[in-house]
Design a protein around this ligand. Structure first.
Ligand code: CP
Length: 308
């Protein structure tokens, strides 16, 4: 079977999306500890930005599934001296089975790597979207609630690449609600909001965005991410003033008794979330981080044509 790329969640049909999410939960449950779908496969791991969770999840995942690794730092490939991404992808596809890559810009570089079908390309976070984070989050919700359908999520903070992926993923599950509450000028990019709205119409789910914390609906989950998304810089001096009202603290969580708190990490306690919430009983943030490893194994199995 040819390799399958995962550059945007929109590359997955509904069956594939649900399969990866459920498979991540199966890996987490330990029922697949014996499988080695990457036996003899070679996985390239290219990170142009810092990473603790995603890089380790895919590296450990590939090794545990029987694969081998080649890792590249930000300046290792000849793209730094002018070789094109398409040429790079063509060359690597003759040697690697999978390339897991965190890039600096939008998806174009990843799409150029993927102009071949011998090596699967996995987006480990681009400027616009963090698809493997959303798959992790959906697996986390599955583990905690049993099903994703019907869940109501309040996302508070910047409309960054984690939020865009969450919107593209959650909106495809029937009856879900995603309420994005973002500072003015820091909302979800219009293209992602538009695509998520189209999914919502098809799935009977809901995605909306406002720039305040008024009239909050009942929700099952409160989600935030750090205010300074990895590798990005804010260009105004007073951005913290805009973000301050969007901190997730006990006063906010008390409005949703029984709600789960999620954070993709890394966190800055005292900024987007208080220590009391992040380290408190409602928080599943560290379980969510571990789920990156389980979900990464599901992604690697899927993109190399593993058992379906
Ligand atoms: N959440 C996340 O992507 O973490 P890392 O940047 O550490 O990979």
């Amino acid at each position: 079977m040819g390799r399958r790329h995962l550059i945007s969640l929109d590359d997955l049909d509904d069956d594939d999306l649900r399969w990866i999410v459920a498979r991540g939960a199966d890996y987490a449950a330990g029922s697949l500890d014996h499988v080695r779908p990457l036996h003899e496969a070679v996985v390239g791991v290219l990170f142009r930005k810092t990473s603790t969770r995603t890089r380790t999840a895919f590296s450990a995942g590939a090794l545990r599934l029987g694969g081998r690794l080649i890792t590249y730092g930000p300046g290792d490939l000849q793209e730094n001296t002018g070789e094109t991404a398409a040429d790079t992808g063509q060359v690597l596809s003759g040697m690697l089975d999978v390339l897991v890559a965190r890039t600096v810009g939008e998806e174009a570089e990843l799409r150029a790597y993927a102009e071949q079908d011998r090596m699967a390309v996995v987006n480990a976070m681009s400027a616009g979207e963090h698809p493997t984070q959303a798959l992790t989050d959906l697996t986390t919700l599955t583990r905690r609630f049993g099903v994703v359908d019907g869940l109501r999520v309040l996302y508070v903070g910047e409309g960054n690449n984690t939020a865009s992926a969450l919107a593209l993923g959650l909106s495809r599950f029937a009856g879900t609600e995603l309420h994005l509450r973002t500072p003015f000028d820091y909302g979800l990019a219009p293209d992602y909001l538009h695509r998520a709205t189209i999914h919502a119409k098809a799935a009977g789910s809901r995605v909306d965005q406002r720039h305040d914390l008024l009239d909050l609906p009942e929700v099952d989950v409160v989600y935030t991410t750090r205010w300074q998304t990895t590798g990005s810089v804010k260009h105004t001096s007073d951005w913290r003033t805009a973000f301050a009202p969007f901190q997730v603290n006990s006063a906010l969580m008390d409005r949703f008794p029984g709600a789960l708190f999620l954070h993709d990490l890394p966190a800055h306690r005292g900024e987007e979330v208080t220590a009391e919430v992040l380290d408190g009983p409602a928080s599943a943030a560290f379980e969510q981080a571990e789920n990156k490893y389980h979900s990464a194994r599901a992604v690697l199995e899927w993109c190399t044509g593993g058992v379906r």
